[in-house]
Design a binder for this molecule. Structure first.
Ligand code: NAD
Ligand code: WQD
Length: 338
């Protein structure tokens, strides 16, 4: 099929929503995932949403044989590379596993692509590469200061892409720096399904709302922010998914490397997010202000104007919709895909 897009990690949270956006835009996604942090159930749900049965392969981006087999069997036009590990604390405890999956996995994929003559690549980077910024909103040229092994792995791949682009300008590369992805597909059929205790704010709030957790610990109430709690740039996962489609379209007309923030440009505090969620689910949610979480940055939000200028993309969904969509997903699937 001529419009086949390889989506590594396509069964995961952001990947699955991007698969839906790709189908809606007329592309044919092909997923490669090892399901270490996802479930095959997601394909059933994607079919319910789109009417399209997505082909998928159980494989590992660290296994060159798996990758070569995919490029041999399918006529792949581009790859969107979501496959990776993303838990900051875990990356501190198990750095080698993170470097292997995130850095070696990306290198292995790029080598397999080079061998197959496929030179279009969209990479999941993260605003985590900016560390604690000197000011907000963050622009793409701000210094990169990864603060933990996870961030270092994203930075390493960013540098690899810069060197690759300099060596051969025929590559068409997009490096997308996500701010804080939240939300779910409006159908309530797919969403974020963390294993164990959620590390991130939105899934934690959602599990409190559905009764899986007793209360939210708010990490720090004494930051120099408007209400003392941490401020982030939360972006709806469907906006993010559409950003990937826009990046893919951009690469159809333009070689070289594009590095762009994908955020909304708006900072939202923990307490603001909590009250928006209370509004969406129609109940008060227990919470307690506790000590700051080590390694947390007080405040960061992105300047999304480059993505708007170059990709013609901008986030359109606000905090209320993010919370409503998460609540629809979480209340309809209290235990996620299980
Ligand atoms: P996720 O864990 O839901 O999805 C990642 C997917 O990759 C999972 O389905 C997992 O099974 C798969 N995978 C992991 N290792 C693999 C391997 N070796 N081979 C094949 N598949 C493998 O995470 P997500 O939130 O959807 O994140 C997707 C990407 O976006 C990651 O690279 C992540 O670092 C990046 N990112 C995420 C966030 C966030 O807050 N969610 C923010 C910025 C960047
Ligand atoms: C948001 C705010 C917390 C949980 C992390 C990674 C980053 C990126 C996205 C991939 C902060 C507060 C949280 C809780 C809380 N991932 N919080 N109670 O830390 O901005 O980013 O995920 O690239 O690399 O570091 O997101 O959702 O964990 O936290 O008070 O139970 O919510 O302190 O202010 P973060 P988060």
């Amino acid at each position: 099929m001529p419009n086949t897009i390889l989506v590594t990690g396509g069964a995961g949270y952001i990947g699955s929503h991007t698969v839906v956006a790709l189908i809606e835009a007329g592309y044919q996604p092909l997923v490669l995932d090892n399901f270490c942090n996802s479930s095959v159930e997601v394909f059933q749900r994607i079919e319910e949403i789109t009417g399209y049965s997505v082909p998928y392969i159980e494989g590992d981006v660290c296994d060159r044989g798996d990758l070569d087999a995919v490029f041999h069997e399918y006529d792949i036009k581009a790859a969107i590379h979501f496959a990776g590990l993303k838990a900051v604390g875990e990356s501190v405890a198990e750095p080698l596993r993170y470097y292997r999956t995130n850095v070696f996995g990306s290198l292995n994929l790029l080598e397999a692509m080079a061998a197959a003559g496929v030179q279009r690549f969209v990479f999941s980077s993260s605003a985590t590469v900016y560390g604690d910024p000197d000011s907000n909103p963050i622009q793409e040229h701000f210094p990169r200061r990864a603060m933990n092994p996870y961030g270092q792995t994203k930075l390493a791949v960013e540098k690899m892409l810069e060197d690759l682009s300099a060596s051969d300008p025929a590559w068409r590369l997009a490096c997308l720096r996500y701010f804080n992805p939240v939300g779910a597909h409006p159908s309530g059929l797919i969403g974020e399904d963390p294993q164990g205790i959620p590390n991130n704010l939105m899934p934690f709030i959602a599990q409190v709302a559905v009764g899986r957790r007793e209360y939210l610990s708010v990490f720090g109430g004494d930051y120099p922010t408007r209400d003392g709690t941490g401020v982030r740039d939360y972006i709806h996962v469907m906006d993010l998914a559409e950003g990937h489609v826009a990046a893919l379209k951009h690469l159809e007309g333009q070689a070289g490397l594009l590095t762009a923030n994908l955020g909304t440009g708006e900072g939202v505090s923990v307490l603001e997010m909590l009250s928006a969620f209370e509004e969406a689910c129609g109940k008060r949610l227990a919470h307690e202000i506790v000590a700051r979480r080590p390694g947390d940055v007080p405040e960061y939000y992105g300047d999304p104007s480059l993505a708007e200028a170059v990709l013609g993309w901008r986030a359109t969904r606000g905090v209320a919709q993010m919370c409503e969509d998460v609540w629809r997903w979480q209340s309809g699937n209290p235990e996620g895909y299980r």
